[in-house]
Unconditional design. Structure first.
Length: 202
């Protein structure tokens, strides 16, 4: 069972049919579930004035919001230190600050920190890194320097945007830092799998 299917099962929404379009698979109890902070910001803050756009924006929620609201089950311990880096599209564009941290609190023994500047852009910013690569690398360098100087140094960086995952991951590799970058839900999924919470659904 894939992580997305495990998540749907945890909400009691395991009635999906093979071949259902991806957009329909992301709908849970009438709410459009989004795990990509960038796409969530676009859909949630729909600027076009049609009624359909406003209606869609009102229904979009980040996956961390739903999990935090549901009060996720506690999983198996993950004894490591993680630095949470907030995607701009999640924290600033959508105003979602605490839910990712509340969600990660369901993982026993996981130490989650926000490093200085964790609320600042990593330089990805959608296609900004392609349009302004020099500036994007300069912005990234500041974030990588903070991570490198952290004491203790985190074992993982958790962030909820694919662009940030790739940008920070590339910066860490270029700097020779052996630190992986993951989506916060991946950590919860890892904890649940270790606790055996999915066995009854497989």
């Amino acid at each position: 069972m894939q992580p997305r299917d495990r998540l749907r099962h945890s909400f009691g929404e395991d009635r999906g049919e093979p071949g259902v379009p991806h957009g329909r698979e992301r709908r849970l109890n009438g709410i459009d579930l989004e795990h990509d902070a960038g796409l969530g910001a676009d859909r949630r803050k729909a600027t076009f004035q049609q009624a359909a756009g406003r209606e869609l924006g009102a229904k979009v929620r980040d996956v961390s919001e739903l999990l935090a609201l549901a009060g996720p089950k506690r999983g198996a311990p993950i004894g490591m230190e993680v630095a949470y880096d907030a995607p701009c599209h999640l924290e600033h564009a959508q105003g979602v600050r605490n839910p990712p941290l509340e969600m990660l609190a369901a993982i026993p023994e996981l130490i989650v920190r926000r490093l200085p500047g964790s609320e600042r852009c990593c330089g990805s910013a959608g296609i900004y890194s392609l349009l302004r690569p020099t500036m994007a690398r300069a912005i990234l360098a500041q974030k990588i320097e903070v991570i490198a100087q952290a004491s203790p140094r985190p074992a993982l960086i958790a962030t909820g945007n694919p662009g940030c995952l790739m940008q920070i991951g590339a910066g860490l590799r270029q700097a020779g830092l052996k630190i992986d970058v993951v989506h916060p839900v991946q950590l919860l999924d890892r904890s649940y799998a270790a606790a055996g919470l999915y066995r009854s659904s497989q």
